[in-house]
Design a binder for this molecule. Structure first.
Ligand code: G16
Length: 542
């Protein structure tokens, strides 16, 4: 039986960079999930009988939320929901499922790399029919609807068994519960030379893959250990847990510290890799060398043709604005277009759909291609493995050869987390106002060649997105970028991105902190970070 329940708007349901993300207790509040999910259905107006893919990263509240989404889908005219067994499906696998099953869209339950558990974070994201995150006009429509909502519709009945693969019904809606790994694994097999990767492992190549007790464990075990013959135990923390084992499922140098230490130790395997809560981010560390996400994009772009799925070469490369210029040099050398977009994977969707870009990447540990419309952590690891299997050189060797050929872009991101939101906004506002005056000013040895507030004209649909980060470009190949995070759930997070290009191979082994030291000091003084935020130093440097 369908029930229509009166409700009223709940403040603050505006989706951020990647869906609606809040603390779990906020999601648990009465009508919070229902209001947002109804706002999605009202705003996107799917045709009656449409197919929807639903999956989550298994974090705390995933199972409860799946039940609500199923009951509301049944009450809103959805014909079929394809659900990952146990309510679990990685973000890239959802994207693939939407595309391969020609679904109208999908609902992803995840707060990505944010911590989980009863006091952790939760999130709901809507993906559209191309498999990618909803574009801004859709997320805006969802938000507007949430501000005017008066009722939601829900199926009144018992919870469904979501753990057995097969078809069941909820009212007039079919619920198809699928193995979340199978289709994704089959897609990977079409892109990469599995025989060669198998031969690489058979030759004694060693690897550690840290699934961070998050969603990619079952995927990595099936593909790496099951199909490709990696030694048992290659995948660690391979069981998805509601609280990620109490850890923060963010594959960076802070939260994947033990993996980093292993990679730097004498026992280091040939490759260390990790993915995040929902499986879309990746971390790559070779023996003794961490590969920055910006460098990883450039390296993958320069070598992608070694994998069967990219043997024809790349149509173009896209990167988010704060991602370093390393990929630009690869694009220039190969005579292909480089697109610079605002932060957020949704901005790559049109470029991929139009065939303008083949590879995309972001400094925030995201890399992906036109195979789906999300960034894809395990895909990036498999592309690296394919390249290593063909080149038969170590990660560090390949990276150093790349720097020697293209130059090295030293890169770091400084995060000032949980700062006061008003102070952060005032700081950005003050710096924005000063941008025209900064142009032409000299700081130390370099001069500000350009200073702007990044805006983006989508070349495909003409949409315009402004205020996407403040950029200062210096003579001599340095750049500073300031922007406020769109994924935090407490206060504001200021991100400052620093880079410096170094063409001279004799200087490529210098330490990043030392190379960027002067720029880091300038980043603080120029924006008066301490005055506005009270912080002398960043809380995380990656
Ligand atoms: C999300 C988006 C990414 C984006 C990141 C930026 O990542 O999907 O495309 O780069 O947010 O985060 P922030 O706004 O905090 O800098 P994820 O992995 O959280 O979905």
């Amino acid at each position: 039986m369908i029930r229509t329940v009166p409700t009223g708007p709940i403040a603050g349901q505006r989706p951020g960079t990647s869906g609606l993300r809040k603390k779990v207790p906020i999601f648990q509040a009465s009508h919070y999930v229902e209001n947002f999910v109804q706002s999605i259905f009202d705003a996107v107006k799917l045709p009656a009988g449409a197919t929807l893919v639903v999956g989550g990263d298994g974090r705390f509240f995933n199972r409860e939320c799946v039940q609500t989404v199923l009951k509301m889908a049944a009450a809103n005219g959805i014909g079929r929901v394809i659900l990952g067994q146990g309510g679990i499906m990685s973000t890239p696998a959802v994207s693939n499922m939407i595309r391969s099953r020609r679904a109208a869209g999908g609902i992803i339950l995840s707060a990505s790399h944010n911590p989980g558990g009863p006091e952790g974070d939760f999130g709901i994201k809507y993906n559209v029919g191309n498999g990618g995150p909803a574009p801004e006009k859709v997320t805006e429509a969802i938000f507007e609807r949430s501000e005017a909502i008066t009722a939601f519709r829900i199926w009144d009945g018992a919870d469904l068994d979501i753990d057995s693969v097969g078809e069941t019904r909820l009212g007039g809606m079919v619920v198809e519960i699928v193995d979340p790994v199978a289709d994704y694994a089959a897609l990977m097999q079409t892109l990469f030379d599995f025989d060669r990767i198998r031969a690489l492992f058979a030759s004694g190549f060693s690897m550690r893959y840290d699934a961070m007790s998050a969603v990619t464990g079952p995927y990595a075990k099936a593909i790496l250990e099951g199909t490709l013959g990696a030694a048992r135990g290659t995948v660690v923390n391979g069981m998805p847990l509601p609280d990620f084992g109490g850890n923060h499922p963010d594959p960076n140098l802070k939260y994947a510290r033990s993996l980093f230490e292993l990679a730097m130790s004498r026992e280091a395997p040939d490759l260390c890799a990790a993915s995040d809560g929902d499986g879309d981010r990746n971390l790559i560390i070779g023996r003794g060398l961490f590969v920055t996400p910006s460098d990883s994009l450039a390296l993958l772009a320069a070598n992608a043709h070694l994998a069967p799925g990219y043997a024809q070469g790349l149509a173009g490369i896209a990167r988010s604005m704060p991602t370093s210029g390393a990929a630009d040099r690869v694009a220039a050398r190969h005579g292909i277009r480089l697109y610079e977009t605002p932060t957020g994977w949704k901005f790559f969707g049109n470029l991929l759909d139009a065939g303008l870009a083949t590879l995309c990447g972001e400094e925030s540990a995201g890399t992906g291609s036109n195979h789906v419309r999300e960034k894809d952590g395990l895909w990036a690891v498999l592309l690296w493995l394919n390249i290593l299997a063909v080149r038969r050189q170590g990660v560090a060797e390949i990276v150093r050869a790349h720097w020697a050929e293209y130059g090295r872009t030293f890169y770091a991101r400084h995060d000032y987390e949980e700062i006061d939101a008003d102070g952060a906004a005032a700081m950005i506002g003050a710096l924005r106002a000063r941008l025209p005056d900064l142009k032409g000013q000299r700081f130390g040895v370099s001069e500000v060649e350009a200073a702007d507030d990044f805006a983006y004209h989508d070349p495909v649909d003409g949409s315009y997105s402004e205020h996407q980060g403040l950029r200062l470009i210096f003579s001599g190949g340095s750049r500073l970028v300031y922007r406020l995070s769109g994924t935090g759930t407490a206060g504001a997070t200021l991100r400052v991105y620093l880079e410096r290009f170094e063409p001279d191979p004799a200087r490529h082994d210098e330490e990043t902190g030392a190379v960027l030291g002067e720029l880091a000091a300038l980043s603080r003084s120029l924006a008066e970070i301490e005055r506005f935020t009270g912080r002398k130093q960043p809380s995380v440097v990656t």
